[in-house]
Write a protein that binds this ligand. Structure first.
Ligand SMILES: [Zn+2]
Length: 302
Protein backbone atom coordinates (compact mmCIF):
# COMPACT_ATOMS: atom_id res chain seq x y z
CA UNK A 1 0.00 0.00 0.00
CA UNK A 2 1.25 3.53 -0.69
CA UNK A 3 2.47 5.61 2.20
CA UNK A 4 -0.52 7.86 2.53
CA UNK A 5 -1.78 9.33 5.75
CA UNK A 6 -5.38 9.94 4.85
CA UNK A 7 -7.29 10.52 8.01
CA UNK A 8 -10.27 12.72 7.43
CA UNK A 9 -12.52 14.63 5.01
CA UNK A 10 -11.65 12.09 2.38
CA UNK A 11 -13.12 9.13 0.50
CA UNK A 12 -10.68 6.36 -0.33
CA UNK A 13 -11.35 3.66 -2.90
CA UNK A 14 -10.23 0.07 -2.35
CA UNK A 15 -10.08 -3.01 -4.54
CA UNK A 16 -9.50 -6.59 -3.43
CA UNK A 17 -8.97 -8.19 -6.84
CA UNK A 18 -8.64 -11.83 -5.77
CA UNK A 19 -12.05 -11.60 -4.05
CA UNK A 20 -13.80 -9.59 -6.77
CA UNK A 21 -14.60 -6.92 -4.22
CA UNK A 22 -14.42 -3.19 -4.16
CA UNK A 23 -14.90 -0.75 -1.34
CA UNK A 24 -15.06 2.87 -0.31
CA UNK A 25 -14.13 4.26 3.05
CA UNK A 26 -15.00 7.77 4.22
CA UNK A 27 -14.23 9.86 7.26
CA UNK A 28 -15.54 13.38 7.88
CA UNK A 29 -14.76 15.95 10.56
CA UNK A 30 -14.58 19.52 9.18
CA UNK A 31 -17.23 18.76 6.58
CA UNK A 32 -19.72 17.65 9.25
CA UNK A 33 -18.94 20.64 11.47
CA UNK A 34 -19.37 23.01 8.53
CA UNK A 35 -22.73 21.52 7.56
CA UNK A 36 -24.04 21.40 11.13
CA UNK A 37 -22.88 24.94 11.92
CA UNK A 38 -25.60 26.28 9.60
CA UNK A 39 -28.28 24.73 11.79
CA UNK A 40 -29.10 24.32 15.43
CA UNK A 41 -30.15 20.71 15.60
CA UNK A 42 -30.56 18.59 18.74
CA UNK A 43 -27.93 15.83 19.17
CA UNK A 44 -29.95 12.90 17.68
CA UNK A 45 -30.64 14.94 14.53
CA UNK A 46 -26.98 15.98 14.28
CA UNK A 47 -26.01 12.31 14.61
CA UNK A 48 -28.44 11.29 11.87
CA UNK A 49 -27.25 14.03 9.50
CA UNK A 50 -23.57 13.22 10.19
CA UNK A 51 -24.20 9.58 9.23
CA UNK A 52 -26.25 10.62 6.21
CA UNK A 53 -23.41 12.86 4.99
CA UNK A 54 -21.00 9.92 5.20
CA UNK A 55 -23.45 7.73 3.29
CA UNK A 56 -23.81 10.46 0.66
CA UNK A 57 -20.03 10.67 0.28
CA UNK A 58 -19.84 6.86 -0.05
CA UNK A 59 -22.45 6.91 -2.82
CA UNK A 60 -20.79 9.94 -4.43
CA UNK A 61 -17.40 8.26 -4.50
CA UNK A 62 -18.90 5.56 -6.75
CA UNK A 63 -19.52 8.13 -9.51
CA UNK A 64 -17.19 7.89 -12.46
CA UNK A 65 -17.68 11.36 -13.93
CA UNK A 66 -16.88 14.63 -12.18
CA UNK A 67 -20.21 16.27 -13.08
CA UNK A 68 -22.17 13.34 -11.70
CA UNK A 69 -24.43 13.98 -8.74
CA UNK A 70 -25.96 11.80 -6.05
CA UNK A 71 -28.93 12.89 -3.97
CA UNK A 72 -30.23 10.91 -1.03
CA UNK A 73 -33.63 11.78 0.28
CA UNK A 74 -35.43 10.20 3.21
CA UNK A 75 -39.08 11.03 3.52
CA UNK A 76 -41.65 9.99 6.01
CA UNK A 77 -45.38 9.69 6.32
CA UNK A 78 -45.54 9.72 10.11
CA UNK A 79 -42.21 10.33 11.81
CA UNK A 80 -40.29 12.89 13.83
CA UNK A 81 -38.17 13.56 10.75
CA UNK A 82 -40.22 14.92 7.92
CA UNK A 83 -37.45 15.19 5.35
CA UNK A 84 -33.73 14.49 5.10
CA UNK A 85 -31.85 15.61 1.99
CA UNK A 86 -28.14 15.31 1.22
CA UNK A 87 -26.30 15.59 -2.04
CA UNK A 88 -22.84 15.14 -3.51
CA UNK A 89 -21.14 16.64 -6.51
CA UNK A 90 -17.45 16.67 -7.31
CA UNK A 91 -16.26 16.20 -3.73
CA UNK A 92 -18.80 18.63 -2.28
CA UNK A 93 -21.44 17.43 0.16
CA UNK A 94 -24.29 19.25 1.86
CA UNK A 95 -27.50 18.33 3.66
CA UNK A 96 -30.32 19.31 5.96
CA UNK A 97 -33.11 17.75 8.00
CA UNK A 98 -36.63 18.99 8.69
CA UNK A 99 -38.03 17.61 11.92
CA UNK A 100 -40.48 18.22 14.74
CA UNK A 101 -38.44 19.34 17.81
CA UNK A 102 -41.25 18.88 20.35
CA UNK A 103 -41.95 15.34 19.17
CA UNK A 104 -38.22 14.56 19.21
CA UNK A 105 -37.91 15.78 22.82
CA UNK A 106 -40.64 13.32 23.82
CA UNK A 107 -38.81 10.42 22.17
CA UNK A 108 -35.85 10.36 24.60
CA UNK A 109 -32.11 10.66 23.93
CA UNK A 110 -31.65 7.71 21.55
CA UNK A 111 -34.66 7.43 19.26
CA UNK A 112 -34.72 4.40 16.97
CA UNK A 113 -34.76 4.74 13.20
CA UNK A 114 -38.43 3.82 13.30
CA UNK A 115 -39.18 6.53 15.89
CA UNK A 116 -37.39 9.06 13.69
CA UNK A 117 -38.93 8.10 10.38
CA UNK A 118 -42.07 6.11 11.13
CA UNK A 119 -43.09 4.68 7.81
CA UNK A 120 -40.40 6.21 5.66
CA UNK A 121 -38.66 5.79 2.33
CA UNK A 122 -35.10 6.24 1.21
CA UNK A 123 -34.64 7.46 -2.36
CA UNK A 124 -31.21 7.56 -3.97
CA UNK A 125 -30.84 9.40 -7.26
CA UNK A 126 -27.79 9.24 -9.49
CA UNK A 127 -27.56 11.98 -12.11
CA UNK A 128 -25.08 11.57 -14.93
CA UNK A 129 -25.38 14.78 -16.97
CA UNK A 130 -22.48 13.78 -19.23
CA UNK A 131 -24.39 10.68 -20.32
CA UNK A 132 -27.78 12.39 -19.99
CA UNK A 133 -28.85 9.68 -17.60
CA UNK A 134 -30.75 9.63 -14.35
CA UNK A 135 -31.34 6.62 -12.16
CA UNK A 136 -33.45 6.53 -9.02
CA UNK A 137 -34.02 3.69 -6.58
CA UNK A 138 -36.44 3.79 -3.66
CA UNK A 139 -36.56 1.42 -0.68
CA UNK A 140 -38.55 1.45 2.58
CA UNK A 141 -36.57 2.83 5.53
CA UNK A 142 -36.47 -0.39 7.48
CA UNK A 143 -34.00 -2.02 9.81
CA UNK A 144 -32.25 -0.52 12.76
CA UNK A 145 -30.07 2.05 11.09
CA UNK A 146 -29.51 4.21 8.07
CA UNK A 147 -26.69 1.81 7.11
CA UNK A 148 -29.16 -1.10 7.09
CA UNK A 149 -31.52 0.88 4.85
CA UNK A 150 -28.64 1.69 2.48
CA UNK A 151 -27.72 -1.99 2.34
CA UNK A 152 -31.26 -2.91 1.36
CA UNK A 153 -31.10 -0.22 -1.32
CA UNK A 154 -28.17 -2.01 -2.94
CA UNK A 155 -29.75 -5.42 -2.48
CA UNK A 156 -33.18 -4.49 -3.86
CA UNK A 157 -32.42 -1.77 -6.29
CA UNK A 158 -29.07 -2.78 -7.71
CA UNK A 159 -28.90 -6.43 -6.74
CA UNK A 160 -25.29 -6.10 -5.75
CA UNK A 161 -24.28 -7.84 -2.51
CA UNK A 162 -23.15 -4.93 -0.33
CA UNK A 163 -22.14 -4.12 3.19
CA UNK A 164 -22.53 -0.64 4.68
CA UNK A 165 -21.35 0.58 8.08
CA UNK A 166 -21.84 4.13 9.39
CA UNK A 167 -20.85 5.74 12.66
CA UNK A 168 -20.79 9.23 14.11
CA UNK A 169 -19.62 10.44 17.46
CA UNK A 170 -19.26 13.80 19.16
CA UNK A 171 -15.91 14.14 20.92
CA UNK A 172 -14.76 17.27 22.70
CA UNK A 173 -17.53 19.24 21.06
CA UNK A 174 -16.68 18.11 17.52
CA UNK A 175 -18.34 15.49 15.37
CA UNK A 176 -16.35 12.74 13.72
CA UNK A 177 -18.24 10.51 11.30
CA UNK A 178 -17.06 7.59 9.24
CA UNK A 179 -18.29 4.74 7.16
CA UNK A 180 -17.47 2.05 4.70
CA UNK A 181 -19.15 0.39 1.76
CA UNK A 182 -17.99 -2.92 0.28
CA UNK A 183 -19.49 -4.66 -2.71
CA UNK A 184 -19.02 -7.89 -4.53
CA UNK A 185 -18.43 -7.49 -8.23
CA UNK A 186 -19.24 -10.13 -10.77
CA UNK A 187 -16.04 -11.57 -12.22
CA UNK A 188 -14.14 -8.62 -10.74
CA UNK A 189 -15.23 -6.23 -13.46
CA UNK A 190 -16.75 -2.91 -12.56
CA UNK A 191 -19.62 -2.05 -14.84
CA UNK A 192 -20.10 -5.59 -16.06
CA UNK A 193 -23.64 -6.76 -16.65
CA UNK A 194 -25.25 -7.34 -13.28
CA UNK A 195 -26.84 -10.53 -14.50
CA UNK A 196 -23.51 -12.26 -13.95
CA UNK A 197 -23.48 -11.38 -10.26
CA UNK A 198 -23.69 -14.49 -8.17
CA UNK A 199 -25.28 -13.69 -4.84
CA UNK A 200 -23.98 -16.92 -3.35
CA UNK A 201 -20.34 -16.50 -4.36
CA UNK A 202 -18.14 -17.75 -1.47
CA UNK A 203 -15.76 -14.79 -1.75
CA UNK A 204 -18.47 -12.38 -0.73
CA UNK A 205 -19.32 -13.73 2.76
CA UNK A 206 -15.60 -13.73 3.50
CA UNK A 207 -15.19 -10.05 2.58
CA UNK A 208 -18.45 -9.15 4.33
CA UNK A 209 -17.20 -10.72 7.57
CA UNK A 210 -13.87 -8.89 7.41
CA UNK A 211 -15.35 -5.51 6.44
CA UNK A 212 -18.20 -5.99 8.90
CA UNK A 213 -15.74 -6.50 11.75
CA UNK A 214 -14.92 -2.79 11.69
CA UNK A 215 -15.75 -1.12 15.01
CA UNK A 216 -17.68 2.17 15.16
CA UNK A 217 -14.82 3.68 17.17
CA UNK A 218 -12.38 2.80 14.37
CA UNK A 219 -14.54 4.57 11.83
CA UNK A 220 -14.68 7.66 14.03
CA UNK A 221 -11.04 7.72 15.18
CA UNK A 222 -9.75 10.76 13.31
CA UNK A 223 -6.17 9.85 14.29
CA UNK A 224 -6.34 6.42 12.66
CA UNK A 225 -5.18 6.68 9.02
CA UNK A 226 -7.58 5.00 6.61
CA UNK A 227 -4.78 2.84 5.20
CA UNK A 228 -4.05 1.50 8.67
CA UNK A 229 -7.71 0.73 9.18
CA UNK A 230 -7.80 -1.20 5.88
CA UNK A 231 -4.72 -3.13 6.95
CA UNK A 232 -6.40 -4.08 10.22
CA UNK A 233 -9.41 -5.42 8.35
CA UNK A 234 -7.79 -7.10 5.36
CA UNK A 235 -4.13 -7.84 6.15
CA UNK A 236 -4.56 -11.55 5.43
CA UNK A 237 -5.70 -10.90 1.87
CA UNK A 238 -3.25 -11.42 -1.02
CA UNK A 239 -3.65 -7.93 -2.36
CA UNK A 240 -5.51 -4.85 -1.17
CA UNK A 241 -5.21 -2.08 -3.69
CA UNK A 242 -5.98 1.46 -2.60
CA UNK A 243 -7.39 3.56 -5.41
CA UNK A 244 -7.49 7.31 -5.83
CA UNK A 245 -8.69 9.35 -2.87
CA UNK A 246 -11.27 12.11 -3.20
CA UNK A 247 -10.98 15.13 -0.94
CA UNK A 248 -14.33 16.10 0.51
CA UNK A 249 -15.65 19.59 1.27
CA UNK A 250 -18.86 21.16 2.38
CA UNK A 251 -20.25 23.00 -0.59
CA UNK A 252 -23.53 24.71 -1.28
CA UNK A 253 -24.66 25.63 -4.75
CA UNK A 254 -27.35 28.11 -3.83
CA UNK A 255 -27.07 31.16 -6.00
CA UNK A 256 -28.83 34.58 -5.86
CA UNK A 257 -29.43 34.61 -9.62
CA UNK A 258 -31.14 31.24 -9.49
CA UNK A 259 -33.30 32.27 -6.51
CA UNK A 260 -34.29 35.45 -8.42
CA UNK A 261 -35.21 33.43 -11.52
CA UNK A 262 -37.44 31.11 -9.45
CA UNK A 263 -39.26 34.04 -7.79
CA UNK A 264 -39.63 35.77 -11.16
CA UNK A 265 -41.70 32.84 -12.42
CA UNK A 266 -44.48 33.45 -9.87
CA UNK A 267 -47.46 35.58 -10.94
CA UNK A 268 -47.16 39.22 -9.67
CA UNK A 269 -49.98 38.84 -7.13
CA UNK A 270 -48.35 35.77 -5.56
CA UNK A 271 -45.02 37.60 -5.44
CA UNK A 272 -46.78 40.51 -3.72
CA UNK A 273 -47.99 38.12 -1.02
CA UNK A 274 -44.39 37.00 -0.35
CA UNK A 275 -43.21 40.49 0.65
CA UNK A 276 -42.42 40.61 4.35
CA UNK A 277 -42.84 43.43 6.87
CA UNK A 278 -39.42 44.78 5.96
CA UNK A 279 -40.46 45.23 2.33
CA UNK A 280 -38.32 42.35 0.98
CA UNK A 281 -39.04 38.89 -0.33
CA UNK A 282 -36.82 36.63 1.80
CA UNK A 283 -35.72 33.23 0.59
CA UNK A 284 -33.59 30.98 2.80
CA UNK A 285 -31.41 28.15 1.53
CA UNK A 286 -32.38 25.10 3.57
CA UNK A 287 -28.94 23.54 3.05
CA UNK A 288 -26.69 26.34 4.30
CA UNK A 289 -29.20 28.80 5.86
CA UNK A 290 -28.05 31.62 3.56
CA UNK A 291 -30.77 34.23 3.36
CA UNK A 292 -31.50 36.08 0.15
CA UNK A 293 -33.42 39.37 0.34
CA UNK A 294 -35.04 40.40 -2.92
CA UNK A 295 -36.68 43.73 -3.51
CA UNK A 296 -40.11 43.49 -5.22
CA UNK A 297 -39.00 46.33 -7.51
CA UNK A 298 -36.50 43.90 -9.12
CA UNK A 299 -39.46 42.15 -10.72
CA UNK A 300 -41.67 45.08 -11.63
CA UNK A 301 -39.98 45.88 -14.96
CA UNK A 302 -41.66 44.24 -17.95
ZN1 LIG B 1 -27.06 27.23 0.29
Amino acid sequence: MPETQLKTDVALGVAIPSRNARGRIVRLTNVVDAVLSSHRYPAPIEQLLAEALVLTALFGSLLKEAEGQVTIQAQTESGIVDLLVCDYRDGEVRGYIRHDPAWLADAGPNPSLFALFGKGYLAVTFDHPGMNERYQGIVPLEGESLAAAAQSFFAQSEQVPSLVRLAAEKRDGRWVAGGLLFQHLAEGEEGRERIHTRLDHPDWPHIAILAGSVKPEELTDSELPLDDLLWRLFHEEDEVRTLSAVELRRGCRCDPDYVRSVIARFPPEEREAMVGDDGFIRVDCEFCSSSFALSPSEFSAG
